[in-house]
Design a protein around this ligand. Sequence first.
Ligand SMILES: Cc1cc2nc3c(=O)[nH]c(=O)nc-3n(C[C@H](O)[C@H](O)[C@H](O)COP(=O)(O)OP(=O)(O)OC[C@H]3O[C@@H](n4cnc5c(N)ncnc54)[C@H](O)[C@@H]3O)c2cc1C
Length: 415
Amino acid sequence: MQKKKLIVIGAGAAGFFCAVNAASQDPELEVILIEKTNKLLSKVRVSGGGRCNVTHACFSISEMIKKYPRGQKFLKQAFHLFFTSDTIDWFDKRNVKLKTEDDGRMFPESNTSETIINCLLQEANKLNVQILMNREIVEIQKISSEENRHYFHLVVKDGLVLEADFICVACGGFHKSQQYAWLTETGHSFESPVPSLFTFNIPKNSISELMGISVENTLVKINGTKFLQTGPILITHWGFSGPAVLKLSAFAAKELAGMNYDFPISINWLGDFNENSLLEKFKLLRHELAAKKMINKNPFNLPLRLWKYHLEQCGINMDIRWADLPAKQQNQLVKQLCAQQFQVKGKTTFKEEFVTAGGIALNEIDANTMQSKIVSHLFFAGEILDVDGITGGFNFQHAWTSAWIAANEITRLNK
Ligand SMILES: Cc1cc2nc3c(=O)[nH]c(=O)nc-3n(C[C@H](O)[C@H](O)[C@H](O)COP(=O)(O)OP(=O)(O)OC[C@H]3O[C@@H](n4cnc5c(N)ncnc54)[C@H](O)[C@@H]3O)c2cc1C
């Protein structure tokens, strides 16, 4: 009897993971991986600054899903089937040991993404996954849905037509609507794609003279919205980066695109204080540090250059003593430290990791199988789905999870 055929579209993390898991779980399935470029796993190669942040050492599903601005409910179900510990085991069984950094990010012990690439290539080779490169799929045609026989025709850009019994679409994120028309033609809806995980540009602002300075405990707000994030911020030569800014860019990705990346933010440089509690603290400081010069005594452990910048911005004389600080300047400094205002104008790509928010609408996909609810035997995995995570290994974890679930269901259906 002729073997049934699975065609996986896209040779990235999700595509490879689906192909090798399907091939290993069901030797009776013919697995073909199709890639439009002449490169395999190209994002894995550059990921995590060339080290590949494979996953995150988080073992609680309820904590993990908080790291995904879109797709939380969907992943809550999916992570019950394949989670971070499964990823670690999967690679461990193939002699790829992962290590955990202080912030929870997990990388291969070798510190190079080549280890992950070699592992996936070896698996594909061992399991006879056929890989076709330079083939772009431009159309999926459903030919028959007779019981026990589900044929698709996949049209390649050069006119070649391939047959498949199962399809897993793992073609990554798109930036423009015309790129995914071939997918909406299958009957699926697509949440408009917008970039996520970017840094904020603050052009022509003297703060950029402090580039390289980072402050651990800040609170950054997008004025006039509900979006705020706490955490470290990094001053760059173009504006702001760092975890607090990247998280904001992810959670507010759609709204910021709607504002054309022109929006006001306020930064609280002392995340533990608000204006009232800081005013109280100032009363104490003026007493405790009365005879000390303000420039020499920075009681908040802010980087010295930043402390000096704040004093200068408030027109405070560098030689002034704490006891002599006029009330007006004190109030100005409190405001400056707790709610300094900036206008963001534009964004810059974060080179370590960036993703697309948007993709195939999740209400059309079964989170327990990754199968389309519209077209049977059609599956989706990875960034093509309307799921995205913040930086830290969460996007790859979603790719591994969705790809494994799709492979598992495809092999179950083929039994
Ligand atoms: C610079 C950078 C660094 C990153 N670092 C990390 C990190 O360290 N940790 C993390 O968790 N996430 C990281 N990410 C995000 C992560 O890489 C993606 O979320 C993940 O690669 C998505 O995998 P995917 O397989 O769904 O899509 P992709 O990796 O985008 O793969 C899709 C593949 O499909 C192919 N394709 C597209 N259309 C077609 C078609 N019509 N026919 C055939 N083939 C097609 C594409 O050419 C591509 O090879 C990073 C992203 C970038 C850009």
